[in-house]
Design a protein around this ligand. Structure first.
Ligand code: 3H9
Length: 692
């Protein structure tokens, strides 16, 4: 049963029991309706308490159900709420830990609500590209007021129950045992009549038109490509402008409209994708993990410093190791400065600042880091350098320590072979700035022990990253794909586009940054260094030479004050460069390419489908375990627009046969060999299937 029924004296207790978060799927809704009917039929029962088992009152409607007919099957959430609200005996919601979405809507249908301290109260539907569709937009303003309800619904942000104690949302905040308090409350109101219903409350807000218009303007300006936030405002507006039942119908129509949008489907995909990524089929959830109480980072540069901050933010003391005192001092000073800036913005107290800075130490001596539970190497991306470091780590680190490499492209198995304990070696590829970016690509070597993988995944959660596991290959998931994207970007400028056209098209598509602005930010010399290695290792792969010519001019990007674009001192704005554009045009002439007008559509197709095709290889080879893992890498590490769900999800929405057709057309053009479709893509398209 997904809800339990028991009678305690004169009170029936209905307990939602649908782990993990008591989602209100069809079977739970059915069980609660049955429970209420049973209680109403029992003359000995005077009141009903509704609560949730385990770690939630309820996390809301079962999101997994949204793509299936059972989402709307009877009893629907509306029907359930109507049964509760229309009950002839008082129904009291006893709320704890998590009360969100449909869970809060159900509670709002109850006659009374009592809550434990610290319960997280939210209508977070907007984060899934929808709005509360079971009366939340109509009932919440009636108990907490128009303004607070609008804020909660448009932001989706949870509010602690005690902060809402003064509103009509709760009849009582219970400090001790929740059930004991709820039963005492039930006894105190068992005979009270008439039963209060939230629907009967009038939303009172003088001059609401002005407030609503202000809200529309503000929300419209902030919601970007997402339709849901503005629809939230419209639905909340209906709580003042329409009769209750009309408001409910209006809300329901908007909900049905939103749930079918690609934006909402993409956000739901990302929600489940993030959770799926931490599940490794041959590493069960109960795999024992190693204790991580201290960390060391080799290299105090930008990357090493950012990595260290992650540990410190999570309460794990870290020791930085450098080869020269000056570099060490500079690295630690930069971290300190970063925390000072956060403190100046009011996001860190002096006490927390002192704590964090106090957790960082430095050394020039390998012997000092030997007792750390994990060491992350963030040194120069060169196999020779990695060899020296890992041999040293093998000598000094205690047994059982995890030896992690922040390599972004190199062979983790080879790195592991430099040690006598390859089972303890793993790749942890952070993205710059490492203290900000959500992605952590976790590279599982062929010898990596299961508990090392499980520990690293758990650690990624602790440091608030989205950990995605990749197998070993050149560039892993993310950089192996971006290589194809960068190649296409290079060909596009050789054939007729200029950097600003490419960047604008990509940014209009929704990427945070186009490839050329991104190159200038990350440093064009990094790609140059990698290409030089590839020219030797894989001479069969063709690249545009424009990026090499740029680097030969010393234009490495923002750090040298010039890259694909010009920069002014103290200003990160990219100004198109006449010099670079002339260089590109001359290069086309030098290699005998007649430049042509390239459409924005072609730019997007070539850049995005190059990612998709490489990803299909990666999936087929088992480097990525699932298509959604690839999407998570791109959503959290490469600025792929979230409302498009990631490259694989996007290809699914375009339709794989359509993607394939465009690739076949591109294969007839210049560098057509790049468009040989991955067998998996061909197979899925032929079978009418999708990646996800
Ligand atoms: C809604 O209510 C619509 C209505 O207005 C109208 C309907 C007509 N459904 O995050 P965690 C799973 S829309 C199904 O790791 P935490 C999740 O997939 C809903 N499953 O834990 C994961 O499964 P697994 C509005 C759900 O403790 C497991 O629970 N509600 C749901 O860090 C643990 O999740 C929301 O948007 C769900 N509703 O955080 C709430 N929620 O273990 C979304 C979670 O198999 N959920 N799961 O991977 C959350 O914000 C967090 O999950 C929560 C727990 C705070 C609840």
């Amino acid at each position: 049963m997904t809800a339990e029924y028991q009678v305690n004296g004169a009170v029936a207790i209905i307990t939602l029991n649908n782990p993990p978060v008591n989602g209100l799927g069809l079977s739970t809704r059915t069980a609660v309706v049955e429970g209420v009917r049973k209680a109403l039929a029992d003359d000995a029962v005077k009141a009903i308490v509704l609560t949730g088992a385990g770690k939630a009152f309820s996390g809301g409607a079962d999101i997994k159900e949204f793509n299936s007919p059972s989402a709307f099957a009877e009893p629907s959430l509306h029907t359930l709420i109507n049964v509760v609200e229309g009950a002839s005996k008082p129904v009291i919601a006893a709320i704890h830990t998590v009360c969100m979405g449909g869970g809060l809507e159900l509670a709002l249908g109850c006659h009374y609500r009592v809550a434990a301290i610290g319960a997280q109260i939210a209508l977070p539907e907007v984060k899934l590209g929808i709005l509360p569709g079971a009366g939340g937009t109509q009932r919440l303003p009636r108990v907490v007021g128009l303004e607070l309800a609008l804020n909660m619904i448009v932001s989706g942000t949870p509010v602690a129950s005690e902060k809402l104690a003064k509103t009509a949302l709760f009849n009582k905040i219970i400090e001790g045992d929740l059930m004991e308090g709820a039963l005492a409350f039930a006894a105190s109101i068992a005979d009270a009549r008439p039963l209060p219903k939230v629907r009967d409350i009038k939303v009172d807000y003088p001059n609401y038109e002005a407030f609503l218009q202000f809200s529309r303007n503000t929300v419209k300006a902030m919601s970007g490509p997402y339709p849901a936030p503005l629809k939230c405002v419209e639905a909340v507006a209906a709580s003042v402008t329409k009769k209750f039942d009309d408001g409910i119908k209006f809300e329901r129509d908007l909900f049905i409209e939103l749930v079918q949008t690609t934006e909402s489907k993409a956000l739901r995909h990302a929600f489940f994708g993030e959770r799926a990524a931490s599940k490794i089929p041959d590493v069960p959830a109960d795999t024992p993990v190693r204790s991580i109480k201290s960390a060391a980072v080799i290299g105090a540069g930008t990357m090493g410093g950012g990595i260290a901050m992650n540990f410190v933010n999570a309460g794990i003391p870290v020791m930085l190791l450098e080869t020269k005192q000056e570099a060490l001092d500079k690295g630690i000073a930069t971290i300190r400065k970063n925390y000072e800036n956060t403190m100046k913005k009011g996001k860190l107290t002096q006490e927390k600042f002192d704590q964090r800075v106090g957790m960082i130490s430095g050394t020039l001596n390998y012997a000092d880091i030997g007792q750390a539970d994990i060491v992350v190497e963030a040194v120069f991306e060169d196999m020779g350098v990695k060899e020296t470091v890992f041999k040293k780590l093998d000598e000094v680190m205690k047994q059982g320590a995890i030896l992690a490499s922040n390599t972004s492209t190199l062979d983790v198995d080879q790195i592991a072979s430099f040690t006598k304990r390859p089972q303890d070696v793993i790749g942890t590829h952070f993205f710059s700035p490492a203290n900000v970016m959500k992605l952590l690509e976790i590279v599982r070597g062929k010898a990596t022990a299961k508990d090392v993988l499980a520990t690293t995944l758990a650690l990624s959660k602790k440091i608030k990253k989205t950990g995605v596991v990749s197998g070993v290959c050149d560039g892993f998931i993310g950089n192996r794909m971006i290589e194809q994207y960068s190649r296409q970007a290079g060909f596009l400028i050789e054939e007729g586009a200029l950097p600003e056209q490419v960047d604008k098209a990509v940014e209009k598509f929704g990427f945070a940054m186009g490839p050329f602005r991104m190159g200038d930010l990350a440093g064009n010399d990094i790609g140059w260094y990698i290409r030089k290695r590839r020219y030797l290792e894989k001479p069969e792969i063709t690249y545009s030479k424009t990026a090499d010519l740029l680097c030969e001019l010393g234009r490495y990007g923002q750090k040298t004050g010039a890259g694909w674009y010009d920069y002014k001192a103290g200003d990160r704005k990219a100004y198109p460069s006449a010099l670079v554009n002339d260089m590109i045009i001359k290069h086309s002439a030098d290699i005998g390419v007649e430049r042509r007008k390239i459409s924005d559509q072609e730019i997007i197709e070539r850049l995005v489908y190059s990612l998709v095709n490489e990803a299909a290889h990666i999936l087929e080879e088992g480097i990525a375990m699932r298509a959604s893992d690839i999407d998570m890498v791109y959503l959290t590490g490469y600025g792929f627009p979230v409302f498009r769900g990631g490259p694989m999800f996007y290809a699914d929405t375009v339709g794989l046969p359509n993607v394939l057709m465009t690739m076949e057309k591109l294969a007839k053009g210049r560098h057509g060999d790049a468009w040989k479709p991955a067998p998996l893509l061909v197979k899925l398209a032929a079978e009418g299937k999708t990646f996800n």
